[in-house]
Write a protein that binds this ligand. Structure first.
Ligand SMILES: [Zn+2]
Length: 318
């Protein structure tokens, strides 16, 4: 009796967390109880029914501000609360604690994302961007919430700003304050209004402009040798990446190969296979998982395909 009552209380508490976030204008969706993975079915398990009868709807499409939908979801279980950052107009800076890992030489002396962000702010002659709504994660990190600019569109990034700094924007989500993990609870540590993302961070996160349609056109034969050399060098860098640089190196390689896929220089299957084969050596080391490798490769390829790079001199109409 006591147990079912406490479960009911926990479920109600999390439902209120979700409803409050929606009331503040954020799009929410359920995460696994005590976890941070989405609880809505993924594309590989899509039943093709209901909301997915026409086409699969992922968590970003299904995240909702509708109280009826939220009550329905949280009536079922004690889900943690995910906030889909893209539709919510948020850009969240995710500062991870080093948790004992040695920083790469460039960031020697730092103890994680907070120190790295402080150095970046110093280097940019800007104050530390800490005057905003801030959540402490269950594992000692910090989530700094900002209002995303309308333009440019900022997608999520992994290690782009610096060591142990990720960002969650379009295509990303964060675990809301009030959610619980076995390690502890996500808690508001600064209940300030969400500040606009400072311009120096907008600039640092702005993707480079797409390249000219044809750059340095080479004859087809030399071009394919050139592409093969790029694939070899990027996958070699991934295979030899050291602790703490694995994700960044893999993301960079996936960006580079993705651009060649987008430009029609390399087929997507080859790019994915080569990247995952190179990353395999790292799986199981530190906290680098197969899921993380796949996600990094997919994110990197998707970005690259949107920023095509062409090497071959293409003849005739496109
Ligand atoms: Zn589906």
């Amino acid at each position: 009796m006591a147990m079912s009552l406490s479960r009911l209380t926990e479920r109600t508490r999390l439902m209120r967390v979700a409803l409050a976030a929606a009331h503040d204008g954020y799009f929410v969706f359920p995460l696994r109880p005590n976890g941070k993975a989405p609880a809505l079915h993924g594309e590989s398990r899509c039943p093709g029914l209901g909301v997915c009868s026409a086409v699969h709807q992922g968590w970003e499409q299904r995240a909702s501000r509708n109280p009826e939908q939220i009550r329905q979801w949280w009536t079922a279980r004690s889900y943690n609360v995910g906030i889909s950052t893209g539709p919510s107009g948020l850009l969240v800076i995710d500062l991870d604690d080093a948790r004992g890992d040695t920083p790469p030489p460039q960031w020697a002396g730092t103890r994680g994302g907070q120190d790295v962000l402080a150095r970046l702010a110093d280097a940019a002659n800007q104050p530390y961007p800490g005057d905003t709504y801030t959540v402490a994660t269950a594992t000692g990190g910090r989530h700094l919430y900002f209002r995303a600019p309308a333009d440019p569109v900022l997608r999520s990034t992994v290690g782009k700003l610096g060591w142990r700094i990720d960002t969650r924007g379009v295509g990303g989500y964060v675990v809301a304050a009030g959610s619980v993990r076995p390690e502890g609870r996500y808690q508001v540590v600064q209940d300030l209004p969400v500040a606009p993302l400072p311009q120096w961070l907008v600039t640092a996160l702005t993707p480079p402009p797409p390249p000219e349609p044809v750059e340095r056109a080479l004859p087809a034969k030399r071009a394919s040798a050139y592409v093969a050399a790029i694939v070899a060098s990027e996958t070699d860098a991934v295979a030899h990446a050291t602790t703490g640089t694995r994700r960044n190196t893999l993301l960079h390689a996936a960006n580079t190969l993705g651009r060649l896929v987008g430009g029609g220089e390399l087929d997507e299957h080859t790019a994915r296979t080569e990247l995952l084969a190179a990353a395999e050596i790292h799986i199981g080391h530190q906290d680098f998982t197969h899921v993380e490798a796949v996600r990094t490769v997919e994110d990197g390829l998707a970005w690259g395909i949107n920023h095509p790079r062409r090497i071959t001199a293409h003849n005739g109409p496109m």
